[in-house]
Design a protein around this ligand. Structure first.
Ligand SMILES: *Cc1c(COP(=O)(O)O)cnc(C)c1O
Length: 377
């Protein structure tokens, strides 16, 4: 099965009981047993629900893993995965990770004794330097948010294996349509399905895929024990959104290429960050590792004032957090998605006050370009 076909026919794409071509919403908490323990595979919906199961099978197929798991948000998925570790363990993460990932590691999981170090994972030497006796995993986000740096998943996974560490990849920005971390050697893939997978700004959800039976058993135990599951309605919405992921991403990427070209030629724009640009430091790696450069682009307009002026003038770019949906969104990471990262650290990372991030949607490209042109005047 090719990729667009798999989005539609992968997983459990129809209901075996009725033949319904849209998998039904099993709005149910418990299941009748024919004698104690005599059930049809479902006992209680925290442990397993048919609609959630259909979604979990779909993401498993798309990522090419052993098992998939659906959670109430991307952060719930990440937290559950971090529960694989114990007090005293250490995890190395990409330095410009999603603000919420930084926060859960440094403000919540640290209290449970899970220690973390953040490094620029685009350079393997930085990771090597931080591997300690108690290091258990390397968590990568690639491309990163908002600077769109690319880490070599294959090289990191190889290093991780040599040291008996797990490789975890947050694949939110690329999705399995563009990038398959498990094929490149990763052990666990994470998603904020709130973004491209859902794709319509109408559901908050998280997914995890693991590549081995042992990890599948452990993560199912954690999912069932801690209970941060996705409900059947949201599971259904996510399946429905994922069916059009391929055509959405193709169109978004072509819109993004046009916007990048426009921004590059504009005098009010100091710098454009996009892995599809030949001048991007990780361009060759991006070409090798992913099938698409994505629909996110960041650019620097020089100051917070310039950014505010732009934000107040755009009509078709909605000022909002989040990304990956049909409507184009615009944000200033320093004061929005990355506000939970301390100012000094933001400065170190290059997340300046004039940095603007856009998530390119599915509007007509002519409208998007005209809108940016008038707003940047
Ligand atoms: C949004 C996001 C998350 C968190 O996901 P939620 O669904 O908001 O909990 C994690 N990683 C990345 C890269 C994200 O963009």
């Amino acid at each position: 099965m090719r990729r667009k076909t798999k989005l539609i026919h992968g997983g459990i794409s129809e209901d075996p009981a009725t033949g319904a071509v849209s998998f039904p919403i099993y709005q149910v908490s418990t299941y009748k047993q024919e004698g104690v323990g005599g059930h049809k595979g479902f006992e209680y919906s925290r442990t397993g629900n048919p609609t959630r199961n259909a979604l979990e099978e779909l993401i498993k197929d798309l990522e090419g893993g052993e098992a998939g798991f659906a959670f109430g948000s991307g952060m719930a998925a990440m937290t559950a995965v971090m529960m694989l570790f114990n007090s005293g363990d250490h995890v190395i993460l990409t330095d410009d990770v999603y603000g919420g990932s930084f926060r859960v590691m440094t403000k919540v999981l640290n209290r449970l004794g899970i220690d973390s170090t953040f490094v620029d994972t685009t350079d393997l030497e930085n990771i090597k330097r931080e591997i300690r006796a108690n290091t258990k995993a390397i968590h990568l986000e690639t491309p990163t948010n908002p600077l769109l740096k690319i880490t070599d998943i294959k090289a990191v996974a190889k290093l991780a294996k040599e040291h008996n560490l797990l490789t975890i990849v947050d694949n939110t920005f690329s999705t399995p349509y563009w990038q398959n971390p498990i094929e490149l050697g990763a052990d666990i893939v994470l998603h904020s399905a709130t973004k491209y997978l859902g794709g319509h700004s109408d559901v908050v959800a998280g997914l995890a895929v693991v590549n081995s039976k042992e990890l599948a058993e452990e993560l199912h135990f954690i999912q069932n024990s801690t209970g941060g599951i996705l409900g059947p309605q949201d599971s259904w919405l996510l399946i429905r959104g994922m069916r059009t992921l391929g055509i959405r991403l193709e169109e978004m990427e072509s819109n993004t290429a046009a916007i990048v070209a426009f921004l590059q030629g504009h005098s009010a724009v100091k710098k454009v960050f996009y892995p599809g640009l030949e001048t991007h430091p990780n361009h060759e790696l991006a070409k090798r590792q992913t099938r698409g450069f994505g629909g996110m682009v960041s650019f620097d307009v020089g100051s917070a004032e310039n950014a505010d002026r732009l934000l107040s003038k755009v009509k078709y770019f909605t000022l909002a957090e989040s990304l990956g949906a049909v409507e184009s969104l615009i944000s200033v990471p320093a004061r929005m998605t990355h506000a939970s990262i301390p100012a000094e650290r933001r400065a170190e990372l290059g997340i300046t006050d004039g940095l603007v991030r856009i998530s390119v949607g599915l509007e007509d490209i002519e409208d998007l370009l005209e809108d940016l042109a008038q707003a940047l005047e």
